[in-house]
Design a protein around this ligand. Structure first.
Ligand code: NAD
Length: 427
């Protein structure tokens, strides 16, 4: 699948762009990543041997500003995947109206097989290889799958050591004590929650009647489940890489989170203070969780999980994409024909990059905001992006994904056209 993920991603841009009447100059510009660096990262392992890992960074497009995107540590990372993720970041930053282009990075590694010290050496090796490719005004990384704030702190420190300057704005998602922003930890889940709240207003939903399944219980999945549960939604299924749990009565999200911290897996628990007990549930697989008949399905793990093999089994009425690219482009039409409303990744998970942008602004100014301030600014931008997308979908009779891409491409188009297009130069 991952060999096709980039061609699938650019095909989607072409299809949506042409349907929306976006100029061919803009579509062409989005077909080509500006630069992708592949590097070998030698790392001294704890047993004294040296292992060689492959790292990537793609700066996809920077017409709207310095490029921005996370770094992923995963055994399936490859050049095609990184380029697809960088293209989606380009669209996403434009949907929310951030002054950023898109980028992405990653290392092909199973981080669960490495010690903490090996992960630190690998993180620093990545920055040594990429130090001239990234920078506070050029390309700004952040966390993604299996990377976290500690890793961002090591990476910032390595960059500053190489450049002999203090440069907190080179990376976002850092620990608060090293220049991170309040509110970055749950920003992705919170942004998705804000989209669901806007949708609930349009649909007149009563949260207690709305069932939700969440695939992936990491940074994005946990926080959206927590916020939805607190707002009264019924979280009936949760999974992580090892499998999932289902109960039509709904779960207490915080108890499951507590259990996962202790046992490293999702367990159907209900906890009162320090006492936890197992609650009635059914064990389900990651395939089954996607096929549940729920009101909202939230894929929050990896891309490509809804594809030609399972699209006909999908029964959810709404899909909120926290993962990047969970629905492959070649099944977009089938999903639409099934009348499933999709809040696309480029909108639903944009809360993360939005608060990363806030972190970068604070680092550049040396002036730090309160949590209330961050939440309010995030809400303003997410609600604006959601409603602008909704308007286009209503007016132009298209899906929310097509509307979000159209919005993004029109904004990118204004910048690209400002430099002159074929029409201007051939007059
Ligand atoms: P994370 O590493 O915190 O969590 C990933 C979760 O997915 C873990 O619970 C893991 O067990 C689970 N998982 C891994 N493989 C799985 C599988 N095959 N089936 C089911 N679950 C599996 O990562 P995250 O930061 O929450 O990122 C998740 C998704 O959200 C990714 O697609 C990422 O690109 C996207 N995203 C994250 C952010 C962010 O700020 N963290 C922002 C935008 C988008």
């Amino acid at each position: 699948m991952s060999e096709h993920i980039f061609s699938d991603a650019i095909e989607r841009v072409r299809r949506i762009g042409e349907n929306a009447g976006v100029s061919q100059d803009v579509i062409n510009a989005l077909m080509h990543p500006q630069a992708t660096l592949t590097a070998t990262l030698p790392v001294r392992m704890d047993d004294g041997s040296t292992r060689y890992f492959t790292g990537y960074r793609c700066r996809y497009n920077n017409i709207l500003g310095p490029s921005k995107g996370g770094i992923r540590f995963h055994w399936e990372v490859n050049r095609q995947e990184v380029q697809a993720l960088a293209l989606w970041m380009t669209i996403k930053c434009s949907v929310v109206g951030l002054p950023y282009g898109g980028a992405k990075g990653g290392i092909c590694v199973d981080p669960k097989q490495l010690s903490a010290m090996e992960i630190e050496r690998l993180s620093r090796a990545y920055v040594r290889a990429m130090a001239d490719f990234i920078g506070p005004d050029m390309d700004i990384p952040a966390p993604d799958v299996y990377t976290n704030e500690r890793i961002m702190g090591w990476m910032m420190n390595e960059y500053e050591t190489i450049k002999r300057v203090k440069a907190p704005a080179v990376i976002t998602g850092k620990p608060i004590s090293l220049g991170g922003s309040l509110g970055r930890d749950d920003a992705t889940g919170r942004g998705a929650y804000m989209c669901i709240r806007q949708l609930a207003l349009k649909k007149g939903w009563d949260p207690k009647n709305i069932t939700v399944a969440v695939q992936g219980f990491g940074n994005g999945g946990y926080h959206v489940a927590r916020l939805l549960h607190n707002a009264g939604y019924k979280i009936v299924a949760i999974s992580d890489s090892q499998g999932g749990i289902y109960s039509d009565k709904g779960f207490d999200v915080e108890s499951i989170y507590k259990g996962k911290q202790q046992t490293s897996r999702v367990t159907a628990l209900y906890c009162e203070h320090t006492v936890c007990e197992l609650v009635e549930h059914q064990a389900i697989t990651n395939k089954q969780i996607l096929e549940l008949d729920v009101d909202i399905l939230i894929p929050a793990a990896l891309e490509g999980v809804i594809n030609r093999n399972n699209v006909n089994q999908i029964k959810a009425k709404t899909i909120v994409e926290i993962a990047n690219g969970p629905i492959l482009g070649d099944v977009d039409q089938i999903i639409q024909a099934k009348n499933i409303l999709v809040i696309p990744d480029v909108l639903a998970n944009a809360g993360g990059v939005t608060v990363s942008y806030f972190e970068w602004v604070q680092n550049k100014n040396g002036y730090y905001w309160t949590l209330e301030d961050v939440h309010q600014r995030l809400e303003n931008l997410m609600n604006k992006a959601f409603n602008e997308t909704w308007e286009i979908a209503q007016k132009e009779g298209c899906s929310m994904r097509d509307a979000a891409y159209t919005l993004a491409m029109r904004r990118l188009g204004s910048a690209i056209e400002a430099h002159g297009t074929q029409k201007y130069f051939s007059q």
